[in-house]
Design a protein around this ligand. Structure first.
Ligand code: TXD
Length: 319
């Protein structure tokens, strides 16, 4: 059986880490694409030279031509610009929207059968635009944020309670931004909901709320420390988990930005919800019941995403 092909659009911090992880996990051959000539080729050569040490045979190549992504099984998109001092969120939206238009055209032409995972920010609006620009079916285009946000929540809980991360599950809904909704009721330690952990006196309600806030601010905390650029190890590993579930038809239930068409009372919008990822792409949207406080927080988050989508439509009327 021929090896799978994984195309990475954007060979920056996350793109390079994605390539490394995909090769280490033997997911398939990797094509790194970037508009900056030399960077994808240089990273690909460096990674290829790690192959003999690690014992992977995956071919890692770098390119600036879309034709090289032809026939990719998975495409992961990190292309775009991060925010620089003095730039507004709208500036970022406008620039990255143009990038999504180019990337969408490249995918439509050369990898229309691929499962596409978008990572570029502002995530929920960019994955929405990428699906529209590429014209791929909505179940084959998803956004990565929920796995990362949940992993941050899991890490903080495990660290606080001094238990293994393996026994902590976490659940984060909504858009990838300040309005994301970490759900304590559906997050557990060995199956015990965090709300019960508080009742048992293992953690105070105040401490749990601090951890929830730290999860919401998880990206900003790292940007503040790094000063140049944003998180890349955990974002990359999160997207790889999604790609692996698709390639191996694992049918994992993972939170991801998915196209909602009536689910959760939301239409024509991408927002973070639990989905089943298997060989059919986003095979199922899992609709959980929310209590009134959770529903209110979710609605607020959807409202923030819809605001960004409206801004996209103003900039690119054909959307
Ligand atoms: O949870 C999440 N979704 C995120 C999202 C978590 C962390 C970071 N998140 C966002 O991912 C971040 O705000 C950025 O929008 C992306 C990529 O982050 P990364 O840290 O990898 O950014 P880099 O290092 O700046 O890499 C972006 C690359 C860079 O090499 C550019 O030359 C390239 O994108 N680029 C392009 N490639 C192809 N085509 C076009 N048009 C293009 N424009 C820039």
């Amino acid at each position: 059986m021929a090896r799978k092909k994984i195309a990475l659009i954007g060979a920056g911090q996350i793109g390079g880490t994605l390539a490394h992880l995909a090769a280490l996990k033997d997911l398939g051959d990797v094509v790194l694409f970037d508009i900056v000539d030399g960077v994808p080729q240089g990273k690909a050569l460096d990674l290829s030279q790690s192959g003999p040490v690690e014992g992977f045979d995956a071919r890692v190549t770098g390119t600036s031509e879309y034709k090289d992504i032809e026939g990719a099984d998975v495409v992961i998109v990190t292309a775009g610009v991060p925010r620089k001092p003095g730039m507004s969120r709208d500036d970022l939206l406008e620039i990255n929207l143009k990038v999504m238009e180019q990337v969408g055209a490249g995918i439509a032409k050369y990898a229309p059968e691929a499962f596409v995972i978008c990572i570029t920010n502002p995530l929920d609006a960019m994955v929405w635009a990428l699906q529209k620009f590429s014209g791929l079916p909505a179940n084959k285009v998803v956004g990565m944020a929920g796995v990362l946000d949940s992993a941050r929540f899991q890490h903080f809980i495990a660290d606080e309670l001094k238990v293994s991360v393996e026994d902590v599950t976490a659940f984060v809904l909504g858009g990838h931004g300040d309005t994301m909704v970490p759900l304590a009721r559906y997050s557990t330690v060995a199956g015990i909901p965090l709300t019960d952990i508080v009742k048992m006196g293992w953690m105070s309600k105040e401490r749990l709320e601090q951890i929830i806030q730290r999860t919401r601010d998880g990206g900003a905390e790292i940007v503040g420390l790094l000063k140049t650029g944003s998180a890349f190890y955990a974002p990359a590993t999160s997207a790889i988990a999604m790609a692996e579930s698709y390639l191996k038809d694992k049918k994992r239930v993972l939170p991801a930005a998915a196209f909602l068409n009536g689910e959760y009372g939301v239409s024509n919008t991408y927002v973070g919800v639990p989905i089943v990822i298997g060989a059919g792409g986003a095979e199922k949207i899992v609709e959980i019941t929310l209590n009134s406080a959770e529903q209110k927080a979710f609605d607020k988050s959807v409202g923030a995403v819809e605001g960004l989508v409206e801004a996209c439509k103003k900039i690119a009327p054909k959307l």
